[in-house]
Ligand binder design. Structure first.
Ligand code: GLY
Length: 357
């Protein structure tokens, strides 16, 4: 068990802080802060903000800016609205944003804060499992644009990230489960104990495993610290994300259909990209079967439109000269980055995914 446990990363620490006492101490130390701005969404306003306000004492009434919940809010219109509120309330450069929410809030809040008056400070307080183990950590901020995930953004590091698993108590079960997909990915990247534990983790068990969450953050941090600006080794964190982002982009265009959470898309991406790795990188079929079973036991495969997904892949940030570049698993703990693959191969992997529906 941890009480307050610090994981050091590039330009920011991540503090496991169950009771939020460490956050209170940190806030008290920011003596030059003119005003705190809390950026949250329509879910965290009702489920997390009350707990936050109960535990944290701010000297002056904070400005609360609320965006609608969901990936479809991660856009320029909402950023514009945040900037308008900050401007109308005369928020100055000595202010600090507290991003209280899941990945959409920490990505968008960090982006809005980093550009407002050429940058004001921000602190991430992730409230979803996915944001705790991935989005809030490592300085990637941004928004979606023209249907492309994270098309506009910048690296900008929070002062600190405070992780309290107390916020997970109010998270819907399917969101908790979606967060475990990124943790499973961390297991694949590192192997060893984290991998074994993630394979054995039952779908509804994560709430009682803060140590496993801390371990996942440690793995993410290790990769961020070695390559903060994503030019080489950090790219391995994109495992499952090439197909995952394209499926997410398809789901965003398919407003009438079911929504697809980022973690759910990543899980399906891990399965599909493992198929590619088996076909093109000699990934052990036994390991592929383990990955496939883990995903199928937890996640549903939507009836996606293959051509839309293939089209979305063209916009992936890793692409070079019209080839789609993947990060593929060679073996447990061993990833090959920048593997170019042709459309025919990708189509076969998506066909495999469809066949499992
Ligand atoms: N989510 C991938 C990364 O932070 O690099």
């Amino acid at each position: 068990m941890y009480n307050s446990y610090v994981i050091h990363s590039f330009r920011h620490d991540v503090v496991m802080d169950q009771s939020l006492i460490a956050l209170q101490v940190f806030i008290n130390e920011i003596t030059d802060c003119e005003r705190f701005v809390i950026i949250c969404d329509s879910n965290t306003t009702s489920h997390c903000l009350p707990l936050f306000m109960q535990q944290i004492l701010l000297k002056k009434q904070p400005l609360i800016v609320c965006i609608p919940a969901g990936e479809s809010s991660k856009n320029l219109t909402e950023v514009n609205r945040v900037w308008q509120e900050l401007t109308e309330q005369n928020i100055n450069r000595n202010s600090v944003c507290l991003n209280l929410g899941g990945g959409v809030v920490t990505d968008l809040g960090g982006f809005a804060a980093s550009l407002y008056k050429r940058g004001i400070r921000f602190i991430n307080i992730p409230t979803s499992l996915l944001a705790m183990v991935d989005a809030s950590v490592g300085g990637k901020t941004g928004i979606d644009f023209m249907g492309i995930k994270n098309q506009i953004g910048l690296f900008s590091f929070p002062l600190r990230v405070f992780v309290s698993t107390a916020f997970l108590q109010s998270l819907p079960k399917h969101e908790l489960l979606a967060g475990t997909a990124e943790m499973f990915k961390h297991g694949l990247l590192e192997g060893g104990k984290h991998w074994d534990e993630m394979c054995q983790l039952k779908p509804d068990e994560i709430l009682g495993r803060p140590g496993l969450i801390a371990d996942s953050i440690r793995i993410k941090n290790k990769m961020v610290t070695l390559d903060p600006f994503d030019t080489h080794g950090r790219k391995a964190l994109n495992l499952g994300h090439t197909i995952g982002h394209a499926l997410e982009a398809w789901a965003l265009t398919n407003q009438a259909g079911p929504t697809l959470l980022h973690g759910e898309a990543v899980a399906l991406g891990l399965l599909t990209e493992s198929f590619l790795a088996k076909e093109h990188m000699d990934l052990n079929p036994q390991l592929f079967a383990t990955i496939q079973d883990w995903v199928l036991q937890r996640f549903h495969i939507p009836d996606f439109d293959m051509d839309v997904v293939l089209d979305c892949l063209k916009h992936d940030k890793k692409n070079k000269e019209n080839e789609v570049n993947f990060c593929l698993l060679k073996s447990l703990g061993n990833v090959q980055i920048d593997v170019p693959l042709k459309t025919q191969a990708i189509r076969a992997s998506l066909q495999h995914l469809k066949s499992l529906r």
